[in-house]
Design a protein around this ligand. Structure first.
Ligand SMILES: Nc1nc2c(c(=O)[nH]1)N[C@H]1C(S)=C(S)[C@@H](COP(=O)(O)OP(=O)(O)OC[C@H]3O[C@@H](n4cnc5c(N)ncnc54)[C@H](O)[C@@H]3O)O[C@H]1N2
Ligand code: MOO
Length: 406
């Protein structure tokens, strides 16, 4: 790959569109509700129930007829309705049924007088207090949803969605299969966390950041053994990814132009048809992608911040595509610079930054001073990336910039 170091760099939107086009759509499977959160609903969920299935009391009190209700009015209590066991009869004028929250409102009643507004002049009787509260406290049948109502696919299921699906009486739902994503760290300098690095070695980190990111988004990331900087070791890693059933192969490192940056060459030898290499972004320039024996392969740069920024900018939308979600650039917001930034170079800069609020309450962003792509402590401090356009001039405090939340 070192034969094209000066080739023009691909703009991020074009690279992203090409990457998304490489992604296969995952098949579907059924999962119980306890495993549904974070998964992507693959077909509309259709309510098998109406909720509430009957007009239900919203309060503890007395079900009665609204007509004639007035301070001092008295009612004879003819029975009781509790949640799970209603009152079988009907409520006539001058009659009330003791009722509790969630109980079916008996026939004839169209109001619940809360118990705080009732006094008991004699056993079996109630009297309406002065200044009683004027709400009816009845939840109509179907007030939440009706049988046949839909929770539409595709959507990444939240805990709130799971509660709704349960209320719809759907114990299982059809979701997209979680894409298996093989993560391959590459480099002779790397050891796993917890191991003892040699004098010239460091601990592999970016694989763990990506593993966490992808798992949280509904993928099934698999950490493969670290590949060494040899064609043989990289070939073995690609074989291992295939054996793991990877839907997407992601390498980290070895993507640039150095003598030991062999990923592009090794991937080519393993049958990868390169789609693109080298992006007009900072960090992330050496990113590559292609199809390897029918499955997409992404080569991320090794610098830890580069890999994780590329994970956000490229892998998150790629994963959305595999899961059948609308896939495109991450949502951007506008914020005001809290302090000036220097002129940008020729690559779109995804600068690590911290969000805040200006004096006027508007979203503000402070670009962190140290932007070297090796600095994980700075990345951990950041909660956003400020996107500084290629060739942007120096910008004063208060200037509007686009940001991506991390
Ligand atoms: N002459 C040039 N040199 C470089 C260029 C260039 O255009 N011309 N690009 C630079 C840019 S930009 C980047 S980004 C890096 C990325 O290169 P590689 O993808 O080949 O990454 P490596 O060289 O393998 O590693 C870079 C750096 O990151 C460390 N690393 C790698 N993997 C991990 C890991 N799993 N966990 C933690 N740290 C990791 C590695 O030790 C290196 O320090 O190339 C520039 N060079
Ligand atoms: O593009 Mo590299 O990712 O700047 O550090």
């Amino acid at each position: 790959m070192s034969d094209a170091p000066k080739a023009p760099l691909l703009p991020v939107p074009e690279a992203l569109a090409r990457l998304i086009a490489l992604m296969p759509l995952m098949g579907t499977e059924e999962v119980p509700l306890t495993r549904a959160a974070g998964r992507v609903l693959a077909s509309d969920a259709v309510a098998r129930r109406t909720q509430p299935p009957f007009a239900a009391s919203a309060m503890d009190g007395y079900a009665l007829r609204d007509a004639g209700l007035a301070p001092g009015a008295e009612y004879r209590v003819i029975g009781e309705a509790q949640a799970g066991r209603g009152f079988a009869g009907a409520v006539g004028p001058g009659e009330a049924v003791r009722i509790f929250t969630g109980a079916p409102v008996p026939e004839g009643a169209d109001r619940v007088l809360i118990q705080e507004d009732a006094e008991t002049p004699a056993p079996g009787r109630i009297r309406v207090r002065e200044g009683f509260d004027d709400a009816r406290h009845i939840r109509p049948a179907g007030g939440d949803f009706s049988e046949g109502d839909r929770l539409t696919a595709p959507r990444r299921l939240t805990s709130r969605d799971v509660a709704l699906l349960a209320a719809m009486n759907l114990p299982r739902v059809e979701v997209r299969r979680r894409p298996v994503i093989a993560l391959i760290a590459t480099g002779d300098e790397l050891v796993e966390p917890g191991e003892t690095p040699g004098p010239d070695q460091i601990v592999s980190s970016n694989t763990y950041g990506l593993h966490a990111m992808l798992a949280a988004l509904g993928a099934d990331p698999r950490m493969l053994p670290i590949a060494r900087d040899t064609m043989h070791s990289l070939a073995a890693a690609f074989d291992a990814a295939e054996a793991a059933g990877a839907d997407l192969v992601v390498t980290l490192g070895g993507a640039s132009v150095g003598d030991h940056d062999l990923v592009g060459r090794a991937a080519g030898a393993a049958g990868m048809a390169l789609d693109f290499w080298r992006i007009a972004m900072r960090p992330g320039k050496p990113l590559m992608a292609g199809l390897m024996r029918g499955r997409p392969m992404v080569g991320l740069p090794g610098n830890p911040v580069s890999a994780i920024v590329c994970g956000h900018v490229f892998l998150r939308p790629a994963l959305d595509a595999m899961l059948g979600l609308p896939a495109g650039p991450l949502e951007r917001e506008t914020a005001r610079l809290a302090a000036p930034v220097v002129a940008n170079g020729g690559r779109e800069h995804y600068a690590r930054a911290v969000l805040g609020r200006g004096a006027d309450g508007a979203l503000s962003v402070r670009v962190l001073e140290r932007q070297d792509s090796s600095l994980l402590s700075v990345l951990a401090e950041a909660d956003a990336l400020a996107v500084l356009p290629a060739g942007a001039p120096e910008m004063p405090a208060g200037a509007a910039v686009e940001i991506l939340r991390l």
